[in-house]
Design a protein around this ligand. Sequence first.
Ligand SMILES: Cc1cc2nc3c(=O)[nH]c(=O)nc-3n(C[C@H](O)[C@H](O)[C@H](O)COP(=O)(O)OP(=O)(O)OC[C@H]3O[C@@H](n4cnc5c(N)ncnc54)[C@H](O)[C@@H]3O)c2cc1C
Length: 389
Amino acid sequence: MRAILIGGGIGGLAAALALSRRGVAVTVLEKSPVLGEAGAGLQLGPNATRVLFDLGLGESLVAKAFAPESAEIRAASDQSLLLRNTLGASAVARWGAPYLQLHRADLQALLHDAVLAAGCEMRLGAAVVRIDQDEARVRVILSEGGSLEGDFAVGCDGVRSGVRQSLFGTGAPRFTGQVAWRGMVPADHLPRGTVPPVAAVWAGPGRHFVHYYVRGGQAVNFVGVVERDWREESWTEPGDPAELQADFAGWPPVVTAICAAVTSPFRWALFDRPPLPTWTQGRVTLLGDAAHPMLPFLAQGAAMAIEDAAVLAHQVGGAADIPGALLAYQGDRLARTRRVQEASRFNARLFHLPMAVGRAAFAAAGLADSLHPGGTAARFDWLYGYKAP
Ligand SMILES: Cc1cc2nc3c(=O)[nH]c(=O)nc-3n(C[C@H](O)[C@H](O)[C@H](O)COP(=O)(O)OP(=O)(O)OC[C@H]3O[C@@H](n4cnc5c(N)ncnc54)[C@H](O)[C@@H]3O)c2cc1C
């Protein structure tokens, strides 16, 4: 059985590895000539790290990652704590796998090495322009000419998926009015002790700022979201450090220190796309952002792509009826990914509320958590406790 995966991002690479572990021959077609060093971090909840451990990547993952003690939400105005979720060893004890933070390029490189070692074919600089299918095969057409045949194809081609567009023509996304600043600062460019070992969210009216360590604490990743009309969706769109500093002027010292230390920030305009009712047609399906793009406010986009990979491989590995197996994969994923998309959207509103309203919302949540036997951690059981096959 041969799978053709379109896109070699986190989702495409995780799917290649998971499928090859189930005996499927895989070709990955990635349009970029190199797997880039996109200067961005990723938080991976236990729901995703569990899958990577199952795929045999646990040791190398931990070596590249940083495990935060907790996730904290604080008010930017007075630095008061609004919500804390204890992670570290507690995350492993409760959800069976660690909560980790990584440089995106490290995770991509680690998956890429594993994919090559597993014998998958990886073609860089191979942009797909069309997919044809009949009852028995798919044929994938490349922009440089030439084509490949396989038993099924998966569009892992990201938030602006051409495969999704060609199958379902889902139309234009809705601009949220929010722009994410992103970047990475070497930890030794910041005064010692500035950045605590937590996944931190600073909330303020109309904007918020997230920071956390990656690479065993050698670098600090940040995401700063502001409400602004500017509309480019890209990992590599540069921004002006002075503009970033102005956006967060007067914020807590850790935030202004990070903004002052960053030399080349990037910007990503945040677009929202409604959940799809279906993302499979015959022998072609979608995975990751192509299937269920989401706002980054729950830090789960890549995690959902990794979960998809495990479920897809589980359904397809050894299946005689491939269209049926692809529909079963979609059936297993639709409700969960929709819930995560909606929860991410909810956080987008929560983080940017006027402070009095936001504080009341977090106080109510904290009170509810204190009455619950599992405390705040129980709030995340549905998300982090999910066990992909
Ligand atoms: C600011 C920000 C912060 C985030 N933080 C987190 C986080 O903390 N945790 C988390 O889990 N997620 C996070 N995410 C989301 C996460 O980055 C994405 O969900 C994830 O990268 C999706 O992976 P993917 O493989 O589906 O798509 P991508 O990583 O976008 O990969 C798609 C690949 O397909 C290739 N491609 C596209 N078209 C073609 C074609 N025609 N032919 C061949 N190749 C093609 C592209 O070159 C690309 O390599 C964040 C996102 C943003 C914007």
